[in-house]
Design a protein around this ligand. Sequence first.
Ligand code: FAD
Ligand code: NAP
Ligand code: SF4
Length: 667
Amino acid sequence: MTQYPHLLAPLDLGHTTLKNRVLMGSMHTGLEETGDWNRVAEFYATRARGGVGLMVTGGMAPNREGGVFPGAAGLFKDSDIENHRTVTTRVHEAGGKIAMQILHAGRYAYGQECVSASAIKSPISPFVPKELDEEGIEKQISDIVTAAVRARDAGYDGVEIMGSEGYFLNQFLVSHVNRRTDRWGGSYENRMRLPVEVVARVRQAVGQDFILIYRISLIDLVPNGSTWDEVVQLAHGIEAAGASLLNTGIGWHEARVPTIATSVPRAAFAHLTGRLRGAVGIPVITSNRINTPDVGEELLANGVADMVSMARPFLADPDFVAKAATGRAKEIAPCIACNQACLDHTFSGKLTSCLVNPRACHETILTYAPTAAPKRVAVVGAGPAGMMCAIVAAKRGHSVTLFDAAKTLGGQLNLARQVPGKEEFDGLVTWFADEVTRLGVETRLCRAVDVADLMQFDDVIVATGVTPRDPGIPGQERALGYIDVLKGAPVGKRVAVIGAGGIGFDVAEYLVAGGHSTTLHPAEWRREWGVGDPAVTPGGLADPAPEAPAREVWLLQRKAEKPGRGLGKTTGWIHRAALHAKGVKMQGSINYDRITDEGLWITRDGKAELLPVDDVVLCAGQVPERGLYDRLVAAGVKAHIIGGADVPAELDAKRAIDQGARLAAEL
Ligand code: FAD
Ligand code: NAP
Ligand code: SF4
């Protein structure tokens, strides 16, 4: 008897049956744009082999004007079909099913040619879209239909029509973006005409035996967004037009409410899918911050949805479903919703990958082949770099011993997990520790290792990490370090944090939260961020009502730029907004003069002043811990160095894990 009877139950769609209730949601990986379709095919085939019921590709533009950026992949031409067929053939050979997402970006398209319902620029784009005339609208519909027909010819099992997240079809639905007075604007019947027409025409063109998913925005999270009645009215129209499944979209891209970041509670928006499910006859799919089989199972068992969509979890572990189905759920590498190697890469024009799984999107390039010559390998330092290196080396057949001076595995991840909103790091440390055990890595903890301990190994890997930088501020012996604070040292009510990097921001969040994380309390989190009910306010926005901060905090840096500029591309704004809501004073251009019993003396704009704080916390960056490596080299021992011990600048767990995996793949 499986632990996940609902998740693993087949879903009969009439003309075809999905083998389970798990959908891999659409992700733009950037692979198609490399032109290496073998690599694209391997990405999807790997996940098909891992047992997922149905996959949706990254968004494919139906025409040039609808592409998210110039040169974005699409299915504009018949000559594109062959490339896509490589993917579908390989997926089918692997026993999977795949639908192609058709994504028309409308005014979100990053280019002069962008089009929309009205000529209204989005707050996240520099381009004013061209308002479509009747002929222009017909062209968009017909291009979407043609793309769907080509998808069918290319062997896809279906298409998903992207109607949420503020993209083209969604833009027609809301009056502040659609100011038209013709049959495509004005009343809601007119505004919903385009998505319904698109679905009807696609269904007519592709026939009945083809999966047609429509992704519907359940809560726009923008002012004057759709009301719940409108969402339901649209869902009825889409169902009548011939959709097979309704997938869930949450929030427009321009929304100022986080919807998938790690601090968003798990399944925070699933209740809305549950509400829609009661109102329509076709199966509905729930999504957003679902990352374990247990969460998926619970949602399905409670009747919230007919399927669950997970996207990033399939970057972290392509074998998610197979492991869940064979009693190995504990082995699933967890997606911690950090966005660091996926969305941050996508929005920086880089290839997508995954912090936890550097093989994601590099399946054909980074392989962990069994070794023909097993070695005795010592890894010193059980932070993410060392743990990943040990795991991959052991997986390849080497005999690995992992040393750490601390009494637990995890290195600095054990500090990260103390930060409210970063609870997902708990699961990551647990997964690493379980894998270390499962793969037979010998661990030796509570022991600072030196050269003499390492002489009998064939390969020594130094992953000793970093230590806090000494900022040399007069009186700093009165200050606390971030390690003390995150390990629970008492801190006063008024606090200055020196250094506004990733750790400074995390420490500030820890200090204002006062030991309480709203990420673990969805209703409180929704209040904090102003997530209301679209049945009460259009778009589901409410006035944010954060709890009062536990402390008065100053977050300081020497640079003149806005604090937080170096934070994650897609998550930095969330950290800044969260601290702003808690009244944290984020200030740059600060010179630290001295710390006294009165507080922190600073100079700003040439003027000396006292911040009358009870405590100062040092988060002034880090320096590499290279002592052991230098001693090994001096002793003539061949050693490798990875992670923070190698280069501390711009170090994060993503780089540490990637470096550990790549070295182990070569040993
Ligand atoms: P470390 O994690 O520093 O591990 C080094 C290990 O080596 C330690 O366990 C240490 O005990 C051991 N060691 C050292 N010398 C010896 C010796 N001689 N013998 C035996 N053992 C030894 N990164 C992200 O990517 N995303 C985040 O959201 C994030 N948040 C963070 C939040 C906080 C509060 C902190 C502190 C860090 C955060 N980081 C984050 C950074 C991330 O944790 C580090 O970049 C990463 O842990 C560095 O990995 P590492 O393996 O190189 O070193
Ligand atoms: P960091 O991002 O490099 O920030 C160091 C901070 O210290 C900066 O604000 C810097 O600003 C200040 N500083 C540097 N030298 C100083 C000095 N001599 N005196 C006083 N202030 C000084 O490093 P970090 O915050 O320690 O974080 C370490 C790594 O962990 C980062 O690279 C980060 O990527 C990672 N991390 C990531 C996350 C995440 O959410 N992704 C979270 C936490 C940590 P000024 O020089 O302007 O003063
Ligand atoms: Fe998940 Fe982070 Fe990997 Fe993206 S990079 S898939 S958010 S763990």
